[in-house]
Ligand binder design. Structure first.
Ligand code: HEM
Length: 530
């Protein structure tokens, strides 16, 4: 009997100790540590909204963001208060470098271009990519976008040749075919008066899906389509997760949402493995590259070749890279195209200037050649101004992997740095009093002349982790816009409501309905007439 009591007593002590230890750990993680970090930064003159137990500033932050995006805004490009309302609000109180708490996770906002350059270049080994939310990681894949260290460097080396300009230039006919098919369909939809209203963002998504599947994977559009549909569903889940406090380990629980996201991931994986294996068979069968040998250095081809030469590139690695390229290749480029079309519809004068330049450079050619594209300075200025005012990626995050010094501040290990790209792009101190105006002319003497500090215009990031797809995105945007501008003039539909919103990337909340008018004097017609 005594022995039994003793056993029970030990059991009780064990339970109480476990509970006490857990409470202690919770206290340290959710109370003591945040307070200590707050004090550390306060002593250096950095303040911020006060940390609240467990939730940090998430409640105020989500409320502010929801309120700001609840109504459309006037046709103004001063979009910072709407799309990054918490930053805009707290910057006025605490200055541009402040602390903000995403649950118990601290982020230090940094918008000084000199410090941004330091983070991305000379101190890029200390300020590494931060760990993504599990749902975002599932969507983007565990490839280039999130890998670190030697494995990232190895993958980047393998895939870089895909994006050499000589290889990209071979894509001009591929992209042009897709754009022609899209514009022909629009033309078929014209009313008797010669105009049609198009919701361009959906069309651009299909276009960029088409281009990335063909260009990067040598696959047909239909093969890639199913993957894009599944990723769109994952994107909704990931966007919802951003509005909640992140609880480590939660993603492993079999909740309804997690079960659904696992199912989506499994289906994507299955489709990708099938595609990769069929491509491997083709490569093994003597084909030197992707389907049709048109583009032998595509991502999939290079990854497969690399996996055959060494054991450290596995099928799993290829699947993860494919996920990332499907995601990154589609959304950001279609957003760039959508915002640029909206801007040109709002500012028709720049359509005219771009059209005149196209006539000068391309003459009677309907589709610009790769050499023409380089000469289209006005179009380049327009694209740069669009990326400045409406950058698809509005913020980037880094994490200090060791104690570090930044601009005279001591930043403890584990601190995350939030770089509000959109705030930098809308900073009057950098861009001048017309900062919120659409003025591509500011780039007339090149980007460097205007944004004197390299960290001032960063739509594609900076330093070693800069966007690998930058040249492909710009090539695709310039080619699509130039072909569209030559065929149509366009204006905003009366149903357009200006509501830039963030769902991982910056997009128009109520779509982008645009009215297109067919131009009478088109190059193709001039050719026929001559
Ligand atoms: C307008 C279009 C695009 C924009 C604005 C954009 C933006 C960015 C930004 C800001 C980064 C850096 C993120 C960071 O440092 O945290 C990045 C990285 C990346 N982007 Fe893009 N991107 C675009 C198009 C593309 C395309 C078309 C592809 C693929 C074909 C692509 C693939 C990637 C990859 C793989 C990375 C990770 C690179 C690395 O860390 O080595 N992006 N992109």
């Amino acid at each position: 009997m005594d022995e039994l009591m003793l056993m029970q007593w030990f059991k009780m002590v064990a339970i109480y100790s476990t509970v006490a230890l857990s409470l202690f750990k919770i206290g340290v993680a959710f109370w003591w540590r945040p307070r200590r970090i707050e004090q550390h930064f306060f002593r250096q003159g950095i303040r911020g909204p006060p940390y609240r137990f467990f939730i940090g500033n998430v409640k105020e932050l989500v409320t502010m963001m929801m309120k700001a995006s609840s109504q459309p805004m006037p046709f103004s490009h001063n979009i910072l208060p709407r799309v990054l309302s918490f930053y805009h609000h707290w910057k006025k109180i605490y200055g541009s470098t402040f602390l903000v708490w995403f649950g118990p996770k601290v982020r230090l906002t940094v918008s000084d271009p000199d410090l941004i350059r330091e983070i991305f270049t000379s101190k890029s080994d200390v300020f590494e990519k931060s760990e993504q939310h599990p749902l975002v990681k599932q969507l983007e894949g565990d490839g280039l976008l999130s890998l670190k260290g030697e494995k990232w460097a190895h993958h980047r080396r393998i895939m870089t040749p895909t994006f050499y300009m000589e290889n990209l230039k071979m894509l001009v006919p591929v992209v042009a075919n897709s754009v022609t098919a899209m514009l022909d369909k629009w033309e078929g939809m014209l009313s008797e008066t010669g105009e049609v209203e198009i919701e361009v963002s959906e069309w651009y998504q299909n276009l960029t899906e088409d281009v990335i599947t063909r260009a990067a994977f040598g696959m047909s559009y239909r093969d890639g389509k199913a993957i894009f549909r599944l990723q769109a569903k994952q994107m909704v889940l990931a966007a919802e997760a951003f509005q909640k406090v992140f609880i480590p380990g939660y993603s492993f629980l079999p909740t309804k949402r997690n079960l659904y996201s696992w199912k989506l991931d499994k289906e994507i994986r299955k489709l990708l493995v099938k595609l990769i294996e069929s491509r491997k068979r083709k490569e093994g069968g003597g084909a030197s590259g992707s389907a049709g040998d048109e583009y032998s250095k595509d991502i999939l081809g290079l990854m497969i070749q690399a996996s055959e030469g060494c054991t450290d590139i596995t099928m799993e690695d290829i699947v993860e890279e494919c996920k990332g390229f499907f995601f990154a290749g589609k959304h950001s480029t279609s957003n760039l195209l959508t915002w640029t079309t909206i801007l040109l519809a709002m500012h028709p004068h720049w359509q005219t200037l771009a059209r005149e330049e196209l006539s000068r450079v391309c003459g009677s050619r309907d589709v610009p050649t790769k050499d023409d594209l380089v000469k289209l300075k006005t179009l380049t200025m327009i694209v740069n101004e669009s990326l400045r005012l409406y950058p698809p990626v509005i913020a980037m995050i880094r994490r200090a992997r060791a104690d570090a010094e930044l601009g005279g501040y001591a930043v403890p290990r584990g601190t995350e740095i939030l770089i509000p790209v959109i705030a930098v792009h809308h900073d009057q101190a950098i861009w001048g009093s017309d900062v919120n105006e659409f003025n591509p002319g500011r780039f007339a003497d090149g980007v460097a002349r205007v944004a004197k500090q390299p960290g001032a215009l960063i739509p594609f990031g900076l330093g070693v982790r800069t966007c690998i797809g930058q040249n492909l995105a710009v090539l695709q945007a310039k080619l699509s816009l130039s072909m569209m501008i030559r065929r149509f003039s366009f204006r905003l539909s009366p149903s357009y409501r200006h509501a830039p919103t963030v769902l991982m990337l910056l997009y128009p909340q109520h779509g982008a309905p645009i009215i297109f008018d067919r131009l009478i004097d088109q190059p193709a017609q001039r050719d026929q007439g001559s």
